[in-house]
Unconditional design. Structure first.
Length: 325
């Protein structure tokens, strides 16, 4: 452990749209924020190609480019953006203690958690290959569905997300084949009924993915296995969507923060406040419903404003800046 402890007014953990937006607001409010980027600088958006639904980019922008712009915007106002990830926290007192890479110790007046969530993938080699190539594998139909307009796609999963995304895709694509590994949905009855009643969604029960097929550059189909009959067959498709759940990156906070049963941080509704005073949350770490870059950015703004007001209430010499509102 290091013997020099750094003291900060505001620490931001995570470098997706939530973290950088929090940083822009916190820096402009004289909170001298330090942002640790985490293990995936730029967050989930760095794994998408074109982002076309973030307001302000009328011609679209790639995910990685957008995250560089957000980082530069945060740095322009003085955010100290650093490499490194948080390995341990202690939120048991007013001084919030955080350890970086198991060595550096920081004491913070406020902490903004923007650690996001990670989409789960099947883990097949072929799936990961086309995901990395940007060649037709996606875990976000709302982000990427448009690229498959008038094409045939496959989606894996049977929960509410898969049902919602299959329905979304059915409005864009000519055919959506949904692969359900058991003989029933996990999704709520109403969501399951919606996909079952959509003519261009073909549901294959007891069916799992054996391999994502492609030409070396892009996806061309999927080989599936019926786990009741042991028969395999191929389905032609240009897109392979995975909707088997997300895992919020919140494990290190669970000792101190109230989480729901899947690990999402529970915030006070309408605010970014957690159950620990001075600790705020933004982005997908607390959001299993919307999970969009723009909603993450919005809650990043809320977290910085809540943190600023918390500091002002605690310390009469710290003035809430009004210029930014
Ligand atoms: P869930 O955990 O509810 O569902 C995951 C689905 O993926 C399950 O059907 C599961 O199958 C399947 N799955 C998991 N691993 C594999 C695998 N290796 N191969 C094939 N299939 C697999 O996650 P969701 O993201 O759907 O939902 C998360 C939470 O968010 C839920 O509480 C949900 O209700 C909520 N939600 C609500 C929405 C709404 O109300 N509008 C929209 C979206 C989500 P199996 O069933 O066999 O385990």
């Amino acid at each position: 452990m290091s013997d020099t402890i750094e003291k900060l007014k505001c620490l931001i953990i995570g470098s997706g749209p939530a973290g950088y937006t929090a940083a822009i607001y916190a820096a402009r409010a004289n909170m001298a924020p330090v942002l640790y980027q985490g293990t995936q600088p730029g967050g989930q958006l760095t794994t998408t190609n074109e982002v076309e639904n973030f307001p302000g980019y009328k011609n679209g922008i790639t995910g990685p480019e957008m995250m560089i712009e957000l980082q530069e915007q945060a740095q322009r106002f003085g955010t100290d953006v650093r490499d490194g990830w948080v390995t341990k926290v202690d939120f048991s007192s007013n001084v919030h203690k955080v350890w970086i890479n198991d060595t550096k110790e920081i004491h913070c007046d406020t902490v903004i958690i923007s650690t996001g969530a990670s989409a789960k993938y099947l883990g097949l080699e072929s799936e990961q290959k086309y995901l990395k190539l940007g060649g037709g594998v996606s875990a976000c139909a709302v982000c990427d569905g448009f690229f498959y307009k008038n094409q045939e796609v496959v989606i894996v999963g049977a929960g509410d997300s898969a049902a919602e995304e299959a329905h979304y895709l059915s409005k864009l694509c000519t055919k959506v084949t949904m692969l359900v590994r058991r003989d029933e949905f996990r999704a709520s009855k109403i969501m399951a009924a919606r996909v079952q009643n959509t003519p261009n969604i073909d549901i294959l029960f007891n069916t799992q993915t054996e391999e994502v097929l492609g030409d070396g550059q892009v996806v061309t189909g999927v080989r599936v296995l019926n786990n009741k009959t042991n028969e395999t067959h191929e389905i032609a498709a240009t897109g392979f969507f995975v909707a088997i759940g997300h895992k919020p990156n919140t494990d290190i906070f669970k000792e101190y923060l109230t989480l729901d049963e899947t690990g999402y941080i529970i915030n006070t509704p309408g605010t970014a406040k957690t159950n620990v005073e001075g600790v705020f949350v933004s982005g997908d770490a607390a959001d299993h419903v919307y999970r969009q870059a723009i909603t993450a950015a919005g809650t990043g703004c809320m977290a910085a404003l809540d943190a600023e007001r918390y500091l002002a209430a605690k310390d009469s010499t710290f003035e809430v800046s009004t210029a930014q509102y």
